[in-house]
Design a protein around this ligand. Structure first.
Ligand code: XMP
Length: 511
């Protein structure tokens, strides 16, 4: 299914919800031509919401030829208004806006079948459809919106003023399912197993018999990407895991054990701790740390690619990257889709003269879908549900200079925190939970003696996508256990504090 993005804040969410109904869905620009749509041969189209008024000069328009293709089409909010306008209905600036929870009355309808006659929906609009497109029936209305939903099933046209994709519309998923399964006859066939089968075939066709290299971080994205490629081309794949000395306690061993032994994926474990720590010596500025680590990572990686090329007698030409669909969208990589939010450089900014070509088997998936594919591939739960960990590692959780002594303190504090969070059965509920070591020291008293030691900050957040986050309300008993263990077990630490800041205004990491 194609979602034509008219600039709405929920466009991506529509694509996600449709995928949750097990129908593959992709975001495309609203300027897509009828020919391009026909070439994609979708089951259905959705016109998304958007911030514009259909009457403003710069309002996103769609080619009216799209409505002649015979492809079932659902307009949502602005998309419904656009349909009304193009197809002989009327849209007015009524002066009555509706934002938030709204009560809606429903008459007999295909789109709203098996949902209550009176229900709550989420509205967010200023303009309103006051006359449905020619030949379409009005099937729902709210106090301020005479045409809250319309449909012309024989022509495959449907429009809703409310947002079925948000959780605040309790029957929203029913509406999407009615549209997909009944109106568009799209089978719920897009499953993790189907994704694996498709990607494996695609990877085989792409790389043929050539050698492929994958940089493993230990995180779920690169791990799933590696497993897919391994399933496709087996021994042609070599994974490289660079230990930059900024990993958490026992992390390198766990990664090597899981991949090297559990999955039988050929793995090169590069011990590069000393060179990274030498380069970071005395560096305090956060961005400087990030740049040094990113640059050195690529150097190590290129060295390994060269070694492998000379060993195998042929150039290693393919590089696997765990780029996700959200990265592609946010980097503006999908033509005409929304605004470019930020650019992602997955492997820390690949040098331009790097001649390797990219294999990106997760390019069409969201993070939760990657996790489901990982489960289907038999990846251990601990790895599938691992919390994200930043590429520059503990270096950006040590404020100020990174030294071996401070790394050791943070590693031990973090290990205590992880252990207790897991023991309290909260690991899976938190987006991230970790320890931070600030650059200050404070006075304490331990064993009748004055101490002058470091504090440890407990940082735990909940989030859906790391774009925004809230500080997690950890139970005080758990906080107390973590605090007591950290000050008792780790020399040099005499104080534990809790970070109670959301994002924004803070970020999740401290640097
Ligand atoms: P912030 O601190 O910006 O982090 O709120 C958002 C999410 O991104 C992770 N993060 C990184 N991940 N390389 C990564 O692979 C990085 O340089 C990096 N910086 C932050 C962070 O852990 C959080 O999940």
């Amino acid at each position: 299914m194609l979602v034509l993005d008219c600039g709405g804040q929920y466009s991506q969410l529509i694509a996600r919800r449709v995928r949750e109904c097990r129908v593959y869905s992709e975001l495309v620009g609203h300027t897509i031509t009828p020919e391009a749509v026909r070439a994609r041969n979708p089951y259905a189209l959705v016109l998304s919401g958007g911030p514009s008024s259909v009457y403003s000069d710069d309002a996103p328009r769609v080619d009216p030829g799209l409505f002649e293709l015979g492809i079932p089409t659902l307009g949502i909010c602005y998309g419904a208004q656009l349909m009304a306008l193009e197809l002989g209905g009327r849209v007015d600036r009524t002066g009555v806006s509706e934002f938030g929870r709204t009560s809606m009355e429903v008459t007999e309808s295909e789109l709203l079948a098996d949902t209550p006659p009176e229900q709550t929906v989420w509205m967010s609009h200023r303009d309103t459809v006051v006359a449905a497109p020619e030949g379409a029936r009005v099937v729902a209305s709210s106090p301020a919106t005479p045409v809250a939903a319309f449909e012309a099933p024989e022509r495959g046209l449907y429009g809703v003023q409310f947002h079925p994709e948000v959780v605040h519309t309790p029957h929203g998923m029913d509406v999407l399912k009615n549209f997909l399964y009944r109106a568009a006859d799209a089978p719920p066939a897009w499953t993790p197993a189907a994704v694996i089968e498709e990607q494996v075939a695609r990877i085989r066709a792409q790389v043929g018999h050539e050698r492929v290299l994958c940089a493993l971080s230990g995180g779920v994205d690169s791990a799933v990407a590696a497993l897919l490629v391994h399933k496709a081309v087996g021994e042609q794949l070599t994974c490289v895991f660079v230990d930059h000395g900024l990993l958490r306690q026992d992390e390198a061993e766990q990664v090597v054990e899981t991949f090297g032994e559990h999955f039988h994926v050929p793995l090169v474990h590069v011990q590069a701790q000393e060179r990274f720590l030498a380069l970071l010596d005395g560096v305090e500025e956060p961005e400087e740390k990030r740049k040094i680590i990113g640059r050195e990572f690529i150097r190590v990686f290129e060295e390994e690619a060269r070694k492998l090329s000379s060993q195998s007698g042929s150039d290693v030409r393919w590089l696997v990257q765990g780029t996700l669909y959200s990265d592609v969208i946010e980097s503006g990589g999908t033509e005409g889709v929304a605004a470019t939010i930020k650019s992602h450089h997955n492997v820390g900014g690949l040098p331009e003269d790097m001649k390797m070509r990219l294999v990106e088997p997760l390019r069409l998936l969201f993070k939760d879908e990657v996790r489901r594919v990982g489960e289907e591939l038999g990846m251990p739960e601990r790895m599938v549900w691992r919390q994200p960990f930043p590429g520059p590692g503990l270096a950006i959780r040590i404020i100020g200079a990174v030294t071996a002594e401070r790394l050791e303190i943070l590693r031990r504090a973090d290990a205590v925190l992880q252990e207790e969070v897991r023991r309290a059965d909260l690991y899976g509920e938190l987006w991230q939970s970790f320890a931070v070591l600030p650059a200050v020291r404070s006075v304490g008293v331990q064993g009748d003696e004055r101490t002058y030691g470091y504090p440890i900050v407990i940082r735990a957040v909940t989030s859906d996508d790391a774009m925004t986050a809230d500080w997690a309300r950890l139970p005080y008993d758990l906080v107390e256990t973590i605090s007591a263990r950290i000050v008792n077990e780790i020399p040099g630490v005499n104080r534990v504090v809790l970070d109670v800041t959301s994002k924004p205004p803070a970020t999740i990491e401290w640097e």
